[in-house]
Each structure stands twice: as structure tokens, then as C-alpha cells.
Design a protein around this ligand. Structure first.
Ligand code: ADP
Ligand code: X15
Length: 409
């Protein structure tokens, strides 16, 4: 059971300031719709339907990046998903914002401007310091309650995430609640059978951290992606070729010793690819057994058909499966088989399943899998990794401390 309060504990008709994570891809200045809008819409609609006056805080991008844009478009996308009007004010805690907040009636929803456009938001500081920032000190008195729904940003110690619980009664939104429960399940739940982790993607350190942290909790790790190739290299296979990328050699140089140690220590639990896929001479998918690979002759972009079968069998025998990172470059249809094959096996199996990581979970809709067949599809990347590895999430800790009465009076 969670140790924070939820929307079930919120008194009626409150003035609520709610923190969402609407941080999204931006292409040619257009914000791309994605799961984050749909998920947060549940919390927003529930707050509006209950008659609260609702002001929303969220961020987009970081200063200096192309994705650092206003939240004006986000208001419309969110409104479409939530089925309620979402007004927008291009101000976060200045006079225009305060005036719009004071004009809210019960059931109204207002999105304030990108929190990262204020100087107070981004510095990673202790909650006490953030609670004394002009941002938090100005906004907090306008509200009766703070709701944090931004699980996927909960690893950041930013003002809008850790400052308000020192000043207002605080509650987890529905996204925060469900993400927390599913993503900590590997550490907090007992499963009646084997627990499997499917780990891939591009970041070797993510994979290493997860494997080290979950050693006692996981019966089998099925490896793929760039990380899988680096483990194959440690096992003596000449794979992992950089062609115009710095995915392999740089990560190898930085992590070789750790990868070798993990392989020595946990080798009996690791499943490495027995075959790999690459672009053949005719431009189609070609495959080769890892035993037959000549010195870095190909760029491998997926695990091979034999490996997919082996991993599918492991999944079918599991009571719980957690996924972090793709097994191949699934965005290219030729190299989707590993990622999609394993996801399909999970969907068809009656196991507890969590799929995390923004990129990997995109494969679900890209290839027409039914999200409802998974126990949980996380909208978090960095926070999901931290939950899996047991690292604390500062914003969650603040909700817990608030519920424990630490800041009352
Ligand atoms: N062999 C590979 N070579 C290059 N990229 C790969 C390979 N296998 C997987 N990927 C890429 O890994 C990405 C997902 O990696 P990552 O960012 O670590 O995971 P997530 O976003 O799910 O947390 C996918 O977009 C995929 O294209
Ligand atoms: O998208 C986010 O994290 P993610 O890329 O790890 O999923 C969060 O909104 C945090 O954003 P940040 O990594 O710019 O602090």
C-alpha cells in the first residue's frame, strides 16, 4: 500500500494546483500527442468533474533546446483527451497567472505557462529551499491542495515537484498512483513463479544498474539492443560495430570492466542472443548465428529469429515480466521482430507485465498491440529506471512526508 494520500482523500470543492508531466516530442514546433496527455486527462477530468477549481503546472523541454516551447498547444491537446475545457495563461506566477487563478469557478481548468520558463523551477535544490522560492511562495496561498501526478518527472528536485508539499496538503494523482504501484511491484510484490526482465535499448549503464539492483528478484534477464551486443562482446563475440554512431565503442570503453563483472557474477541468469539480424546485400533483413560472426562484419540491428523464439519461451513460463529498452531498432519494420515478438508473447501470456521507457512503449501502438493486454505501460523513462533500481524519487518522498504530517502547522 502506498504511503501517500490520493484523490480519494481530497475534500470536495477545493482550490487545487496539480503538477502534470506533459513533456512531449516537438516536431517543427508542433507538440506531438502521446500517452502522457491521455493518462493525465484522467486525473484532470476527475478533478474537474468533482467541482474543484483546477490550475495545472507542467514543463516542456529545457532552456536552449528546440523542445523548450510554450504550453499553449498542450492545453488544447489535453482538453481533447479530458473532454473538458482547458484554458491557458502565458504566465506561471505573475499577475496574469494570479488573476486567472482567482477567476476560476468550480469545475474550471487552467493550464499555467511552462514552469521551466521561471528562474525558480530548474535548479536542483532541497525542498526547503524550493518552498521558499518566489514561485512556490506566491502560488501556494492561492490553493487549498497540491496534487502531484507527474510520476515521470518525480526524479527531479524542481520547485513545482518538491516545493509545494511543504506548504499545502498534498495528494497523488491517478497517474502517480498507478505508476508507483506498478513500477515498484518488482521489489514490493511476491510472484507465484519466475520473474523475467527483458532489457535492451541503447544505454548500457541503465541495463547494468537494473541487473545489479535486481539480482535477487529476477530469475532471467533476456538481453538485446546495444546493451545486449556489449554483453555478447564481453562473452567473446566480435559484435557491436559503430558506423557513424558512438553507441558501442565509447560505452564499451567506459563499462567494459563492469560488464565483464556482471557477466561473471550473474551469467547463469543472463540470456544472450544466439543470432542477430542486419541489413543484407539486397536491403532486406538478414540473420547470422553469433557463433558464425566474423570480426564486426555487420551492424546488427535486432536479435535473430532463433533468439526471439527462445525469449518468447522464457516469457511464456514467467509469472511476471518487466521490460526496459527495445531489443532492436523496431522503428524500422525490418528490425522490429525481437521487440514486437517478445511484446506479443507478453500480451498473449497471463502474466503480470510492465513495459517502460518512452521509446520501447511506442512499439505497442506502432505495431497494433493492445495496451490492455499489459498490466501496465509506463509513461516514464528515467523515473521508471530509478523505481526498478530502488533509487528514491524525491517528489514521491515529499508526498509521503506530507502524508506523515511532517509539514503540518
Ligand atoms: N542494435 C541496436 N542498434 C541501435 N539502436 C538500437 C539497437 N537496438 C535497439 N535500439 C534502439 O533503442 C531505442 C530504445 O532505447 P532506450 O532509449 O534505451 O529505451 P527506452 O526509450 O525504451 O527507455 C529504440 O529506439 C531502438 O531504436
Ligand atoms: O520526460 C521526462 O523524462 P524521461 O525522458 O526520462 O521520460 C520528464 O519530463 C523529465 O524531463 P527532463 O529529463 O527534461 O528533466
Amino acid at each position: 500500500m502506498s504511503r501517500f494520500r490520493t484523490l480519494d482523500d481530497l475534500s470536495p470543492e477545493q482550490r487545487v494546483v496539480a503538477r502534470l508531466d506533459l513533456n512531449s516530442p516537438v516536431e517543427d514546433g508542433r507538440v506531438q500527442d502521446n500517452r502522457r496527455f491521455d493518462r493525465h486527462a484522467t486525473t484532470v477530468a476527475e478533478l474537474a468533474d468533482a467541482g474543484h477549481r483546477v490550475a495545472l503546472l507542467a514543463h516542456q523541454g529545457r532552456p536552449g533546446r528546440d523542445t523548450f516551447v510554450s504550453l499553449e498547444q498542450h492545453a488544447d491537446v489535453l482538453a481533447d483527451h479530458a473532454g473538458v475545457d482547458v484554458d491557458f495563461v502565458p504566465d506561471t506566477f505573475g499577475e496574469r497567472a494570479l488573476s486567472a487563478v482567482r477567476d476560476l469557478d468550480g469545475g474550471d481548468v487552467l493550464l499555467l505557462e511552462n514552469t521551466r520558463m521561471t528562474d525558480d523551477e530548474l535548479p536542483e535544490k532541497e525542498p526547503e529551499e524550493h518552498a521558499n522560492s518566489a514561485f512556490v511562495k506566491t502560488l501556494a496561498p492561492e490553493f487549498d491542495a497540491y496534487v502531484n501526478d507527474a510520476y515521470s518527472a518525480a526524479h527531479r528536485k524542481h520547485a513545482s515537484l518538491v516545493g509545494f508539499p511543504l506548504r499545502l496538503p498534498s495528494y497523488a494523482g491517478r497517474v502517480m498512483e498507478t505508476e508507483y504501484e506498478a513500477n515498484t511491484a518488482i521489489a514490493s510484490r511476491e510472484f507465484d513463479g519466475d520473474v523475467t526482465m527483458v532489457v535492451g535499448g541503447t544505454k548500457a549503464t541503465d541495463v547494468i544498474d537494473v541487473m545489479e539492483a535486481l539480482d535477487g528478484k529476477v530469475d532471467a534477464f533476456c538481453l538485446g539492443g546495444v546493451a545486449g551486443e556489449l554483453f555478447l562482446r564481453a562473452a567473446g563475440y566480435p559484435v557491436g560495430r559503430d558506423v557513424g554512431t558512438d553507441l558501442f565503442d565509447e560505452q564499451w570503453a567506459e563499462n567494459e570492466d563492469t560488464i565483464r563483472d556482471v557477466l561473471d557474477e550473474h551469467g547463469d541468469r543472463l540470456r544472450l542472443a544466439s543470432d542477430l539480424a542486419y541489413e543484407g546485400p539486397d536491403g532486406g533483413r538478414a540473420e547470422v548465428d553469433v557463433d558464425a560472426v566474423e570480426d564486426k562484419e555487420h551492424s546488427f540491428l535486432d536479435v535473430g529469429a532463433g533468439t526471439v523464439e527462445e525469449y518468447e519461451a522464457v516469457v511464456r513460463d514467467s509469472a511476471a515480466v518487466f521490460v526496459k529498452g527495445a531489443l532492436g531498432v523496431f522503428e524500422d519494420e525490418r528490425f522490429k521482430d525481437g521487440t514486437v515478438g517478445v511484446l506479443r508473447a507478453i500480451a498473449e501470456t497471463d502474466c503480470f507485465s510492465v513495459v517502460g521507457g518512452g521509446d520501447t512503449s511506442r512499439a505497442i501502438e506502432m505495431y497494433g498491440l493492445d495496451e490492455a493486454e499489459f498490466s501496465h505501460v509506463s509513461i516514464a523513462g528515467g523515473a521508471y529506471i530509478r523505481a526498478l533500481t530502488g533509487e528514491p524519487l524525491p517528489a514521491v518522498e515529499l508526498l509521503e512526508r506530507n502524508a506523515a504530517g511532517e509539514f503540518d502547522g
